[in-house]
Design a protein around this ligand. Structure first.
Ligand SMILES: Cc1cc2nc3c(=O)[nH]c(=O)nc-3n(C[C@H](O)[C@H](O)[C@H](O)COP(=O)(O)O)c2cc1C
Length: 269
């Protein structure tokens, strides 16, 4: 092909007339494939976001049902979840507030917002900021009396923040269950917090002793207070276990739910 022919073809013509395995064509195809693939992935991520949000909410609701012991896979989650009365709790006073809509209150957003949270100086749970308000879920019996209360808690393990719920009996002291719905601890080690056998250890444990002193502990050996206040640490995952101990004692203590637990004990709800 003469130089005159090449010039008359223009850039695109010259590119198309190159051999298929030439370097410019190979680079072009590679870049084009990357661009198309990234557009498909981005579009899928954006399109699936609402579905992911719905599924995350459903997963959280299933966890609340499970920790309260009323999850039935054959019953519609929304229908079963209607058994709960969600209330926004002001942690400092331990009383409910109607300042927010409990059905839509976003606990995690509240913990990030300086207007609705505080920075922690004493931070054993490793959460940096603590929301002043949290959503708790009341479960009543057929007579309308309080049966259980389900409260969110979270804190740092070894690799990640563990988010979960604790279910207490109406006396505000006996634990019905504890489980996490989100964490990134190692499968087979820290992730054994999800093992049903370990979760079952929480049932029947107590938070405080007769003197009102917080005694619950996750440890390799039972505390002096006795087995009623002891959950065995996970074998081979002491660091996650310490994290769970720290987050449970933080949330059940004076910086967490203690004022609310006093109200529960007084039977004023
Ligand atoms: C790859 C890897 C992942 C680990 N993941 C965890 C974990 O998720 N939680 C944990 O407590 N320990 C984890 N460990 C183990 C800790 O480093 C530490 O050895 C353990 O917590 C000590 O527990 P033990 O006293 O019961 O043996 C991991 C170790 C390795 C090498």
């Amino acid at each position: 092909m003469s130089e005159q022919d090449n010039n008359s073809k223009g850039f695109i013509g010259r590119f198309l007339s190159l051999p298929t395995d030439s370097v410019p064509k190979t680079i072009f195809v590679a870049v084009a494939v990357c661009l198309v693939a990234s557009m498909v992935v981005s579009a899928a991520a954006v399109a699936l976001r609402p579905i992911q949000a719905v599924n995350a909410l459903k997963d959280k609701q299933i966890n609340i049902l499970q920790v309260a012991g009323i999850y039935d896979p054959n019953v519609d989650v929304l229908e079963a979840f209607a058994a709960f009365e969600p209330r926004v709790l002001e942690l400092e006073t331990g009383t409910f507030t109607d300042q927010f809509d409990a059905a839509s209150f976003d606990d995690r957003a509240a913990a990030d917002d300086p207007a609705t949270s505080i920075a922690l100086d004493n931070d054993p749970a490793g959460i940096v900021r603590q929301a002043k308000y949290v959503t708790v879920y009341l479960l009543r019996d057929e007579a309308g009396d309080l049966d259980k209360v389900i409260m969110p808690l979270h804190g740092y393990g070894l690799w990640s923040t563990l988010y979960g719920f604790i279910a207490l009996e109406e006396n505000g002291n006996d634990i019905f269950g504890l489980q996490f719905y989100e964490h990134a601890e190692t499968p087979g080690l820290g992730a054994e917090v999800d093992n049903p056998r370990w979760k079952a250890l929480w049932n029947g444990k107590k938070l405080v002793d007769e003197n009102g002193t917080l005694q619950i502990s996750v440890a390799k050996t039972a505390p002096a207070a006795g087995a009623d206040y002891h959950v065995d640490a996970l074998a081979g995952a002491t660091l996650t276990s310490v994290g769970v101990h720290n987050l449970v004692t933080f949330w059940m203590g004076e910086s967490g739910y203690e004022p609310f637990l006093q109200q529960l004990k007084a039977g004023t709800l």
